[in-house]
Write a protein that binds this ligand. Structure first.
Ligand code: SF4
Length: 308
């Protein structure tokens, strides 16, 4: 990955580019026999393209600012958040489906609670922990179980009855918004969310299937990204002011949207608009979108539809 300065002050550019040049995820990416828990949960297509085009990917330094933010918080916890007997930043591994699955656990407290820090926006956990976060921390719990003798010997922590928790940290939280919105807006900027621990067999089956998918993709059987991996927003009908502006209500079907429009005080001022679900990851975030045939084919299809 080549990081370019898109207008940041030089000191900040150096801080970002040097930090991410030494990121150990980069090391894992270059080793075809290893896969991180986060990578295993994510798209196999994106991972393979990323490994293949690593040296050709150009990233603006400013786009890494949130990643840097996460790094700083983890560093803070590592340097100052340690209580006696806790284990911080544990590197754990196990072999599964022909690859080495790796993970770096934020904290295992001496009381037997594993904590995974997530610095993210307030709305992220409005419906509880996301599936990928639950899978991730359960992956770490599986690695801890697999390395339980080492953890007991080195840190004196028994992980047999491990409890799991996400430490949610919202930089955009504000007491004013809490006052206006109320629940489910979080009550505080930082809080713990307990996560259900899967049984070992379930976690093993889940990660065996994920790692197999990635291994087969590395061997040439490149799968298409799913709608979820592409962060596809659902297509819907919006009830939109004729004067312009945002949709006041979104509905799955035209009939539902029309029913809502007719129930409004001045329905004549509103019209219906069909909004195609857009794949936000492909459009805005995915680092390999310039090399992805799936996305290229879809853009071509979109253009042809416009020409017609
Ligand atoms: S561009 Fe879209 S389809 Fe292609 S790898 Fe990225 S997320 Fe997947």
């Amino acid at each position: 990955m080549r990081i370019v300065n898109d207008g940041l002050p030089t000191a900040m550019f150096w801080a970002i580019s040097r930090r991410f040049a030494t990121d150990d995820h980069e090391y894992i990416r270059k080793d075809p026999t290893r896969i991180s828990v986060t990578e295993a949960i994510g798209s196999a297509r994106e991972s393979v393209l990323r490994r293949k085009h690593e040296d050709d990917i150009v990233v603006n330094a400013s786009s890494l600012v949130w990643a840097l933010d996460g790094v700083l918080c983890h560093k803070l916890m590592e340097d100052y958040g340690q209580a006696t007997g806790d284990a911080h930043e544990l590197h754990l591994e196990m072999d599964i489906e022909g690859l080495t699955l790796t993970g770096r656990v934020d904290v295992i407290q001496s009381s037997g609670t594993m904590t995974d820090l997530k610095r993210t926006k307030t709305q992220t956990f409005a419906d509880g922990p996301r599936e990928k976060d639950v899978a991730q921390i359960n992956g770490y719990a599986m690695l801890a179980h697999h390395n339980r003798d080492r953890i007991k010997a080195e840190h004196g922590i028994d992980v047999d009855a491990l409890k799991l928790e996400i430490l949610a940290w919202h930089p955009d939280w504000s007491p004013m918004t809490l006052g206006k919105k109320g629940p489910p807006y979080p009550q505080a900027a930082i809080y713990g969310i307990p996560v259900t621990k899967w049984d070992y067999g379930r976690t093993l089956r889940y990660f065996a299937s994920r790692v197999r998918r990635h291994r087969e993709a590395r061997e040439g059987k490149l799968p298409l990204c799913t709608e979820e991996e592409r962060m596809c927003k659902k297509s819907h009908w919006g009830v939109v002011p004729k004067s312009g502006g945002k949709s006041v209500r979104n509905k799955d079907t035209k009939e539902e949207a029309e029913e809502h429009r007719l129930s409004m005080a001045n329905p004549e001022n509103y019209e219906l608009e069909y909004r195609i679900g857009e794949p936000h990851n492909c459009m805005y975030y995915c680092s390999v979108r310039a090399f992805c045939e799936q996305w290229a084919a879809e853009r071509l299809k979109g253009r042809q539809a416009l020409v017609r």
